[in-house]
Design a protein around this ligand. Structure first.
Ligand code: G3H
Ligand code: 13P
Ligand code: ZN
Ligand code: NA
Length: 310
């Protein structure tokens, strides 16, 4: 059966590593991720956004993850990414997820607390865990496009009250990461506010912290995309060393979506260009699935540190 993230996060916190939370939309992505995690004996979180749920539909995603559970003997959590309101969280709690995020970060502090608490009460009554968020990331958070000016770092002075009053199981914070493949302007030096992470963890001893917008946008994939007809100039992400540092600290969950998209797109573009006669989707989706698997293995071993932790 699916597991919640409780045990995963406890071990990750104590062991100074993080669990990968990868966004899933289709069979190839689910297979690529879970085969990689299985071969590395790593626990893994599969997460579904509102957009993914709309694209693939709830039942298909749940059944794909159930199939992955049948084939792989590792802890797998199924998580709602960026739940915008109580109703989508309830639908996922009732519909078989083991974890949900309620993203109240664009509301006032008081409204965020009230909304998050409502979700926590319902989730906990059903054995499901909840991730909340304080602070705003720049970039695209689902439908809401948060401009750099509207982005704001998490205020450490708010975290104890938020966690105590809501009862959340984990907390996403904003320390300079952002969603998407264009995280910094060209020439801008990537920086994260590790001082904020440190202060948050001192105020919440032992409490699992989540990092969104944490793709590294490996230039290997960007170059492949551009070489085979794509146009993604100046795509740039979070350096891996910064993620390793975060994983050694209180960060127990690192969210990765863009890197999976880039790996798949690079593999598909290359295949299509090199094999102009191919028209069977399995011919280009196989290398795409392999690319997801290679990427996830790299993350598990080189970035997250969760290999052999299942
Ligand atoms: O945080 C956003 C995730 O990358 C999901 O993106 O809403 O396009 O599925 P999406
Ligand atoms: P990236 O766009 O950096 O992969 O972030 C994904 C994410 O935070 C999903 O919630
Ligand atoms: Zn996110
Ligand atoms: Na950690």
């Amino acid at each position: 059966p699916l597991v919640t993230t409780t045990e995963m996060f406890k071990k990750a916190y104590e062991g100074g590593y993080a669990i990968g939370a990868f966004n899933v939309n289709n069979m190839e992505i689910v297979q690529g991720i879970t085969e990689a995690a299985s071969e590395e004996h790593a626990p893994v979180i599969l997460q579904v956004s509102a957009g993914a749920r709309k694209y693939a539909r709830h039942a298909y995603l749940v059944k794909l993850v159930e199939a992955a559970l049948m084939e792989n003997d590792i802890p797998i959590a199924l998580h709602l990414d960026h739940g915008a309101d109580f109703d989508i969280c309830k639908a996922c709690i009732d519909g078989g997820f083991s974890s949900v995020m309620i993203d109240g970060s664009h509301h006032s502090f008081e409204d965020n607390i009230a909304l998050t608490k409502k979700v926590v009460d319902y989730a906990h009554a059903h054995g499901v865990v909840v991730e909340g968020e304080l602070g705003r990331l720049a970039g695209i958070e689902d439908a809401v496009n948060v401009s750099a000016e509207d982005a704001s770092y998490t205020k450490p002075s708010e975290v104890e009250e938020f966690v105590t009053k809501t009862g959340v199981d984990s907390l996403a914070i904003a320390i300079g990461t952002s969603h998407g493949a264009f995280k910094f302007k060209p020439g801008q030096k990537p920086q994260l506010r590790f001082d904020i992470l440190e202060e948050v963890s001192q105020r919440l001893p032992g409490f699992p912290i989540v990092l969104h917008g944490a793709s590294s946008v490996n230039q290997e994939y960007v170059e492949m995309i551009n070489k085979y007809g794509g146009e993604m100039p100046d795509a740039i992400g979070i350096p891996e060393e910064m993620l390793r540092q975060a994983a050694r600290m209180a960060v127990c969950k690192i969210n990765i979506d863009s890197d999976v998209r880039l790996a798949m797109t690079a593999a598909i573009r290359k295949h299509i260009v090199e094999n102009p006669g191919h028209f069977d989707p399995r011919q280009y989706l196989s290398p795409a699935r392999d690319a997801v698997k290679d990427l996830v293995k790299h993350k598990i071993v080189q970035v997250l540190g969760c290999s052999q932790k299942a």
